[in-house]
Design a protein. Structure first.
Lengths: 738, 151
């Protein structure tokens, strides 16, 4: 809980600033991508595969074409340009032609005057499928027929892995992985498939420009990479495809990949009418990638005093049907598998496979969430084995600047692991609440299932870390353009996607700080006016946008000085320190760094569990997070509280259920996310240790709370129940020991 | 079919298809896009409006059922250019991130405070448990409602 803040509309670096978009958002006047309209607009709808794996024998659209209000029905042969696209590898069909590889894969498109007409026509598109055996068990995928015989990710500098259906495999060898310890603990851990479940389903409006080009207004995380995937499929030069950021109803990684963009543009160009596509919630579960489910085999070896001497871990990630960003998730899972601990010997073997399960890619935490759940369970297990306090064990092994990671990279920036552990551990834990009490404050809640009988309390702890910015040689940059007007006002252009995280506020704070004026306006994000900002992901957007806007502001002031006044308009590109790929054979760095920088967080959790019924209640979360420098403290707290909630969801309730690759819970009735009754208060401590390479010392703050909270909550549940709880989300049966 | 209803105090008429929800008609036919569509089945509360003074999910009400009735949406909360105290408190407390859930939350919170001006924490959490937020973890939403109750 936080104290009420003063009303502030303007602010500089380090101040709590109200969002510029808060007033239109509370008034219901903010235009999200689903709120857009245009004269003569049609509604698009997507025909999707009911099979996880099938051959397409024929597609008959004749009945659909003639239905009332229908203006277009399109199939794969109507795609004028490249038939496939992809965030990093073009392995995904715009519309399936001969084969579908996942449940819900787009097969055809309809545009009609009313959304119901479009839905009804879509139901009349007759697709003749010949079902194929789906590849659904990731442990068997490398022995089954390849889903992508052309191996889209081969030849990109990754380890040459001849097994079928490998997206990427990465082995990190550090020191002597055969080193034995005086004690050893082992475990097998599983993580279910989590959905981003942003509140605003995929949507957008495509408007033909009358000259063969198209404007697309869409909720996305990276305008320019969208354009660079869309334009080739439309057979257009990039300049003729302009992407404009519409209001974004949350993202969390799920809007990195394309959804309706190419489809809307195809229908708009075909009909020469504006076309809007809005996914339903059910469709949204098919419309974006998810967090990779994982299975992790871990062994930790240590001295009797608790010093880690060797970590061995095997990680299997299910990438689903298409590559998306799976190669980078593989790298992250492997890179952070050992946790924020110093260990001289390690063997980490991480493989991501193609299957016919739902496609996976980016979600907040990006590979670090899954391994944090495993390494923290292992640390608790080791502490129990040694009879050492689990917090002391973590402090004994905590990474610090100057230490070397298993990839061989030395930590050159800040990483206050011991500080976050101490400060989280020092937060006062609430006293057990007396009985009787309102059922809302008992496990089972308003279900009124106990008066306190069978309720046990546990306190858990976890620490985790992950990288900031893009890694492994990716040319990661951000562009900003600053216009200084004659009247003293300034206009900033930056295509950074405001997805709710507050980057627009950061941009304005930086510009005010650098220009020394409050009279700063931020222009709408568009590919038409400014270069790429890169993605609003990887905890990079604050760092990168701050860097670009600061650079452009300073250049604009210099330019005005040089000219002796007048209007100036400059565009500048900012890059973070260069990275290089990990060695494909050893997993070791090939230059100074594979990752740019790191952020860590520690979390302490109190939970109560009804051990008879398997019901849980998280009572309190206390956390200390390494934020570098808090540019807007209230917004940082908001990221921590929201990030913790998403980790709580994965710990307790969130999992996409599949049967033979078919999603069986694609709704908010069946896929549960935390409500007001599930979330406890969150006490957060901001640990400020400025990052030397980052503008103003600020680290990204969105991901660390999600990385650590799943692990911390399950640690508390284990303390309450004594059960191993090696799988998330934790199920009732796991708690009661069935 | 043609329906007549009052939205935020003004009379409106619309030609609707029988299957259309009140939410669709508000958003697509009457120009009130403030209420959001996030789940279509009454789970998320993003489309919360008052129907004759009762809090409902507009996605679960057929437009035809609203014929002859009064609807208040998020757009009707501010009066004479002044935000409702709940809306202002959401701004001040940092309770807005992506904001997609916000219209539903402010309508539900304003309804709560109209019924119960000084809710305790349990009442607050229970009253808002029909509204989902994916960004904030709810802490600053609770702060906002407490601030609004105190003003």
């Amino acid at each position: 809980m936080t104290a009420p803040v003063e009303k502030l509309q303007l602010g500089r670096i380090g101040e709590t600033v109200a969002r510029a978009d808060a007033i239109p958002k509370v008034a219901g006047e903010f235009a999200y991508s689903s709120d857009l309209n245009a004269a003569g607009m049609l509604w698009g709808h997507t025909v999707r595969s009911p099979h996880a794996h099938a051959r397409i024998a024929a597609i008959d659209v004749s009945e659909a074409v003639g239905m009332p209000g229908v203006h277009a029905v399109l199939r794969h042969e109507d795609v004028p340009g490249a038939p496939r696209y992809g965030l990093e590898f073009p392995d995904q069909p715009v519309l399936a032609s001969d084969r579908v590889r996942y449940f819900g894969e787009p097969v055809a498109l309809v545009a009609a005057e009313h959304p119901e007409q479009a839905r009804r026509a879509a139901a009349k598109v007759r697709v003749e499928y010949e079902p194929l055996e789906p590849v659904v068990d990731p442990e068997r995928a490398t022995e089954q027929e390849p889903l992508h015989p052309d191996r889209p990710t081969a030849g990109h500098g990754y380890r040459d892995d001849p097994r079928p259906n490998v997206v990427r495999s990465l082995v990190i060898r550090h020191g002597d992985p055969d080193t034995e310890g005086e004690v050893s603990v082992s475990g097998v851990y599983e993580v279910g498939i989590q959905d981003q479940a942003f509140l605003g389903p995929e949507s957008g409006l495509a408007v033909p420009d009358g000259e063969g080009g198209v404007d697309i207004y869409v909720a996305t995380q990276w305008l320019h990479v969208d354009r660079d995937q869309i334009a080739p499929c439309l057979g257009l030069e990039p300049e003729r495809v302009r992407i404009h950021l519409a209001g974004v109803g949350g993202a969390f990684g799920g809007r990195e990949d394309l959804s309706m963009q190419i489809h809307g543009a195809l229908l708009a160009l075909h009909t020469n009418r504006p076309v809007k596509i809005v996914y339903s919630r059910e469709e949204s579960f098919f419309g974006h990638v998810h967090r990779h489910p994982a299975k992790i085999w871990a062994e930790h070896r240590a001295t009797r005093e608790g010093k880690l001497v060797c970590i061995r871990m095997r990680i299997l990630l299910d990438g689903g049907a298409y590559a998306s960003s799976s190669t980078a998730v593989t790298s992250n899972a492997a890179s952070f598998a050992c946790g924020p601990y110093s260990v001289e010997n390690a063997l980490v073997d991480c493989t991501c496979v193609y299957t016919n399960n739902p496609p996976c890619g980016a979600m907040r935490g990006f590979g670090a969430v899954q391994v944090c759940f495993a390494h923290e369970a292992q640390m608790d297990r080791l502490a129990a084995e040694l009879g050492i306090d689990p917090i002391e064990l973590r402090l004994l092994n905590a990474l610090k600047p100057g230490d070397t990671l298993p990839t061989g990279q030395r930590i050159t920036g800040t990483l206050p692991v011991a500080d976050v552990i101490r400060r989280a551990a020092a937060l006062p834990v609430p006293e057990p609440e007396e009985l009787p009490r309102d059922p809302l404050r008992l496990p089972g809640g308003s279900g009124n299932t106990t008066r306190g009988q069978g309720v046990q309390r546990g306190v858990g702890f976890a620490v985790g870390f992950k990288n900031l910015c893009y890694s492994e040689g990716f040319d990661d940059f951000c562009t900003a353009r600053v216009r200084l007007l004659e009247n003293g006002a300034a206009e900033v252009h930056c295509a950074a996607a405001e997805v709710g995280q507050g980057v627009n506020g950061v941009i304005l704070q930086v510009a005010r700080e650098e220009l020394g004026t409050d009279d700063v306006a931020l222009a709408p994000g568009t590919t038409a006016e400014v270069g790429s900002a890169g993605s609003a992901s990887a905890s990079r957007m604050t760092w990168m946008a701050a860097g670009a806007v600061r650079t452009a502001c300073r250049a604009a002031l210099e330019e005005r000085e040089r000219r002796g006044g007048g209007e100036v308009d400059v565009e500048r590109i900012y890059r973070h320190p260069r990275t290089t790929p990990l060695d494909p054979e050893t997993g070791q760095i090939t230059g100074e760094r594979a990752h740019v920088a790191y952020a860590c967080a520690a979390m302490r959790v109190v939970a109560e569990v009804d051990v008879d019924l398997g019901l849980t209640r998280v009572v309190w979360i206390g956390t200390a997070q390494d934020v570098g420098r808090a540019l807007n403290p209230q917004a940082v707290e908001g990221q921590i509280e929201g990030g913790a909630a998403q980790g709580l969801g994965l710990a307790l309730m969130e999992e996409i259920q599949t049967r033979d690759g078919l999603i069986t819970n694609a709704s908010f009735t069946d896929y549960l996310i935390p409500t007001t009754l599930d979330m406890p208060p969150v006490d957060s401590e901001l640990v400020e240790d400025p990052e030397p390479d980052a503008p103003y010392g600020a680290k990204g703050v969105g991901e660390p709370p999600t990385v650590v909270s799943t692990a911390a909550i399950v640690s508390a549940l284990r303390a309450a129940t004594g059960q191993p709880l090696s799988r998330v989300p934790v199920r009732v049966d796991d708690i009661v020991g069935l | 079919m043609r329906i007549s209803l009052t939205v935020n105090g003004d009379a409106h008429e619309a030609d609707v298809w029988e299957g259309e929800s009140l939410l669709f008609v508000l958003r697509e036919r009457l120009g009130f896009p403030g209420s959001k569509n996030a789940c279509e089945q009454g789970e998320c509360g993003s489309c919360s409006v008052l129907l004759d003074g009762s809090l409902v999910c507009a996605c679960l009400v057929l437009a035809a059922q609203a014929d002859g009735h009064e609807v208040q949406t998020v757009e009707g909360l501010a009066q004479d250019g002044e935000l409702h105290r709940v809306q202002q408190a959401f701004v001040d407390a940092g309770a807005v991130q992506c904001g997609f859930c916000t219209p539903g939350f402010v309508v539900a919170a304003a309804d709560l405070l109209a019924r119960n001006p000084d809710p305790n924490d349990d009442e607050l959490r229970e009253a808002l448990s029909g509204n989902l937020c994916r960004c904030t973890g709810y802490a600053k939403i609770f702060d906002a409602v407490r601030i609004a109750a105190g003003r």
